[in-house]
Write a protein that binds this ligand. Structure first.
Ligand SMILES: Nc1ncnc2c1ncn2[C@@H]1O[C@H](COP(=O)(O)OP(=O)(O)OP(=O)(O)O)[C@@H](O)[C@H]1O
Length: 694
């Protein structure tokens, strides 16, 4: 049985130590793990609230705090001597009686606020938990010692005041009740705090509770495991309960879709699921996302997480375009040539200007024709005019009669023909062809029932909201329909492209789960972002997507700084002095990013920062997707820049398309703003963008 379990706080504490102290502490932990003769001894602490607590002298004037049961030690933190003793005395360590997970709480701080609460309760008001008897509260795992304090509370604010002092498994169900929720709602909150169900809970059995709490304790069986735990980023080891549940579920009988707002840990789940499937060695795994930049990032993170080379090799990480390209190249024996976006735009203009773009004296613009091709014809894989005539056109508000459809069809055929003449294709055409190639297995022709050419056994998709139906069809064709085939993560509110798709329509009926807690965003940035995005439902992926209701952040931070400047030059000067100040405050360069809607603004900001000797990341709003930084400055959030006028379809041409364009522009700004885990700065000169919350 492993002798030592580490808590994430211990690893945080270790990282915060000066290097020589850290090294010494780590060696001491190693000696303790190996039970070496020179290992530190557990020393009792006087006046502790829990007799199982002890300290280990880990380095000069630094101690670890451990809770012990039999021969197993849970290492909770490492601190300077006096702070370690105080920590050991102040805290209480227990097991939640309802769900059997470990809990740590600052009992002394709770005792200190008791007199103030008592005074507040004397001034009247309806007790918050009046409708619930003690047994009700105990049944949802509330610690009996908390009851007197809870009975004094007469407003939700009283409970909010003790949030930082309570374990989440105590606070979350109580908070549901305080908001007027039922006991069932409180149970749901509690359920979300555990990684796995407990059969029977023994509150004295700390070891079993530790095993049930993989987000709170990681066991190190030997020195190599200890090294790995210490070296890896914490998301590699400690998964929050919903992450743990979804990533480690043994088998999903049908495709799974997990949605969740910015920072709810979707990418971390994707990485863990891919690693789990690879360890199971049931067949090749594809971890796929929509851009090459994000794929490279995912690949690097998987390298960090999976030490075993054999396991790592079972996961291919890529983006859908590249995979489509490769499949077509393999089938045709050479790399397909792609048309540039400028050349493609020229072809659509040609079509719009010619007879094809005209109907009853009305002209269809090139943008209209392109959208019709991508969002109706390619999206539904329509192969003939008859199919197109009969097709629904969801999301397209300009009605087309049969004559108009014939003209649009001719225009599309004209462009396809011109592309064919020059041997070029678009990426979406490649996706469509690749899906066809995979589906057209040799076996099918022979009436063979065996799957034909699916190259993967499992596919994990991150940032799913931006994939086009043709890309989904490719992914569907690339994996046989079987348990654990498709595991999909996305956030329709972060969509950056106009690719509305109902997964069921592309042969992927899904079982859906939803994440609500953001581990990146403090509530101040999150609630501002939600107002910016508009909290309503976002369509895409599945019907009836929830709005952002219930989406919450952890901890607290400063409110976003919104700065108005008189001129663009003053705005850039303001940016430079803000970023310089962040650097002076000690924020590392790599933890700062600047984003803007236009390439011009990006260039101007980059040059001004460089002239001030500052080299932080400066990117377009599009380029911020999937990334995160401690501090983010989004500049040029002015009327006339955001939304970008060129990116909006004129309302007279297609009002629905315009509404979609506006949503997409909003989404872009929302994505950039939600990359900031600590501080968000937003600036504009002139009039503010209409998207900015007032
Ligand atoms: N188990 C974990 N332990 C530590 N940190 C975590 C864990 N899970 C997520 N995080 C952190 O929370 C943040 C958000 O995680 P992640 O990038 O997976 O979220 P996301 O839902 O994919 O975000 P987005 O949709 O905004 O790209 C990151 O800083 C990540 O490191």
């Amino acid at each position: 049985m492993p002798r030592l379990a580490l808590s994430p706080e211990f690893l945080h504490g270790l990282d915060a130590l000066p290097r020589p102290v850290r090294r010494e502490a780590l060696l001491a932990v190693r000696r303790f793990l190996l039970n070496a003769s020179t290992a530190p001894h557990p020393e009792r602490v006087r006046n502790c609230r829990d007799p199982r607590v002890a300290t280990l002298r880990l380095a000069d004037r630094h101690r670890g705090v451990v809770v012990r049961q039999d021969d197993v030690y849970w290492l909770l933190t490492v601190l300077p001597d006096a702070e370690a003793w105080s920590y050991a005395q102040r805290h209480r360590f227990g097991v939640n009686t309802a769900v059997g997970i470990v809990e740590v709480w600052d009992a002394e701080a709770l005792e200190r606020i008791e007199p103030a609460l008592r005074r507040a309760s004397r001034s009247g008001g309806r007790p918050v938990f009046e409708d619930f008897c003690d047994t009700d509260l105990l049944n949802i795992g509330v610690d009996a010692r908390l009851l007197p304090l809870l009975r004094m509370m007469t407003s939700e604010a009283h409970l909010a005041a003790v949030e930082p002092l309570l374990p989440r498994s105590q606070f979350a169900p109580l908070s549901a009740l305080a908001r007027g929720g039922s006991l069932a709602a409180a149970w749901r909150e509690l359920d979300a705090c555990r990684c796995r169900a407990a059969d029977e809970v023994d509150p004295e059995d700390l070891l079993t509770a530790l095993r049930r709490s993989p987000d709170r304790a990681a066991f190190a069986a030997d020195a190599a495991e200890l090294e790995r735990l210490v070296a890896q980023p914490h998301w590699c080891t400690f998964l929050y309960p919903p992450q743990h549940t979804y990533a480690n579920w043994p088998a999903y009988d049908e495709p799974v879709l997990i949605t969740g707002g910015a920072g709810t840990g979707k990418t971390v789940i994707a990485l863990h699921r891919a690693a789990l499937l690879a360890r199971a060695a049931t067949g090749p795994v594809l971890l796929v996302t929509f851009s090459q930049g994000l794929a490279t990032e995912l690949s690097a993170r998987l390298d960090t997480m999976v030490g075993d080379e054999l396991v790592r090799k079972r996961v291919e990480v890529g983006n859908v375009d590249r995979i489509a390209h490769r499949i077509v190249a393999e089938a045709e024996g050479r790399a397909p040539a792609l048309v540039s976006s400028d050349d493609l735009a020229g072809l659509w203009q040609e079509a719009a200007a010619g007879r094809f773009g005209k109907h009853s004296g009305r002209r269809f613009g090139s943008a209209f024709l392109l959208r019709e091709w991508e969002q109706v014809i390619l999206a539904q894989d329509l192969r003939t005019l008859e199919e197109y005539q009969a097709a629904a056109r969801p999301g397209r508000s300009v009605p087309l009669d049969a004559g108009a459809r014939t003209l649009v069809w001719d225009a599309v055929q004209h462009v396809i023909g011109r592309l064919r003449e020059t041997g070029r294709r678009t990426l979406l055409q490649l996706a469509s062809e690749a899906a066809g190639l995979l589906g057209r297995a040799v076996g099918d022709l022979l009436g063979d029932r065996e799957p034909g050419r699916e190259p993967y056994r499992h596919i994990v998709v991150d940032e799913a909201q931006d994939l086009h139906p043709a890309q989904w069809r490719l992914l569907r064709a690339a994996v046989p329909a079987a348990p654990n085939d498709l595991f999909i993560l996305g956030d329709p509110h972060q969509r950056m492209f106009d690719t509305r798709v109902a997964l069921a329509d592309v042969g992927i009926p899904v079982r859906r789960f939803h994440l609500k807690l953001s581990y990146r965003l403090p509530p101040e940035i999150l609630s501002w972002g939600v107002r910016l995005r508009g909290g309503g439902p976002a369509d895409g992926l599945v019907a009836g997507n929830a709005g952002l209701y219930g989406y919450r952040g952890l901890g607290h931070g400063p409110r976003p700084m919104v700065r108005e400047y008189v001129t663009p030059a003053a705005e850039i000067a303001g940016l430079v002095s803000t970023v310089a100040e962040w650097l002076r405050e000690g924020v590392p360069t790599a933890e700062i990013a600047v984003a803007a809607r236009t390439a011009d603004l990006v260039r101007t900001a980059r040059t001004a920062l460089r002239e001030a000797g500052i080299t932080v990341k400066v990117a377009l709003l599009h380029g911020m997707k999937g990334l995160e930084f401690r501090r983010v400055a989004v500049i040029g959030v002015a009327d006339g820049i955001v939304p970008a006028p060129d990116a909006l379809t004129p309302a007279a041409e297609d009002p629905t398309a315009r509404a979609h364009d506006l949503q997409r522009e909003r989404g872009l700004l929302y994505v950039a703003c939600t990359r900031a885990g600590e501080l968000l700065y937003v600036s504009y000169s002139g009039r503010a963008s209409p998207f900015l919350p007032v």
